[in-house]
Design a protein. Sequence first.
Length: 311
Amino acid sequence: MQSGLLHTFFLYAFFGPLFGYTLLLLFGKRFLKKNSFFWSEILTIPLLIPILAIILFWGKPCPLLAVNPSLFRFAGGFFCFLGDLAAKYLAPVFLLATFYGSYQVVKPYLAFNRLLKAGVLKKNEYLSKITAEIATKMGLIKVTPYFMPGKITAFTFNFIKPVVVIGEEYAKGLSEAELKAVLAHELAHVKARDSLIISICQFTTYLYFFVPGLKKYFRQILAFRELRADKIALGYLGDKESLASALVKTYKFGATEALVGFAADLSNDVEILRMQAILESDLEIPRRNVLYYALIILIVVLSLYLLYFIC
């Protein structure tokens, strides 16, 4: 049996996130409690498995159909049968989901450009100064900050030419130290390319419309990103109190509007975990090590190797 493009995609689009689920269930909570701030990057890898699978295995026969024992052959045939059905009957919906997902990713950028051209977003000399100060310390070349009216808190945007947007009303309730802490947190998102991570998650939510539980999976990824941004901000600030008090004011503010937000729709459990992580932080900037890269390579190689023998 030959695996066509959609056949291969549907199979790996299901088993890729499933592998991520397994990692999350086995290790996620433990790593979360231990503040493993790169865990979200590891959990994002399974989302790319369908693309890698298509590149490596497109057109190759199912090896499981030709091996013993017969139980494995039966399982391989069953999975390939499901892939054929999905490729045959879900293809039109898949194409529609692809276009709709692309639109949902592009839509915030269009809205942002409209706001920029309409003069809703305002530059401020004081805001620019302290943003540049923190960005330089973090090794970021250029990040443009804006004030924006409305019931919003703060968010970062655009992974090509990054910006930070702060709500005017929200900023008035922050002290200078708290404002710097909020900016440090948002710049940590910029440093981690979280706009790109969120775009991938949003697009994949629509692309893998047939995979149950993906939204919950992505919420977990975003929760890890929030914890990681807090940790990086603390490392550069060297001050727990300002970020902790800013976090309390952020949740009390009750934002109702957002163009793009990293803390949106996260549960109260994440709020508690963020506060706990801030108070227990050692104020060290997290660094990737050899073990991190070894784990990344192991997951990719092992995932593709095992998934190859599914179909």
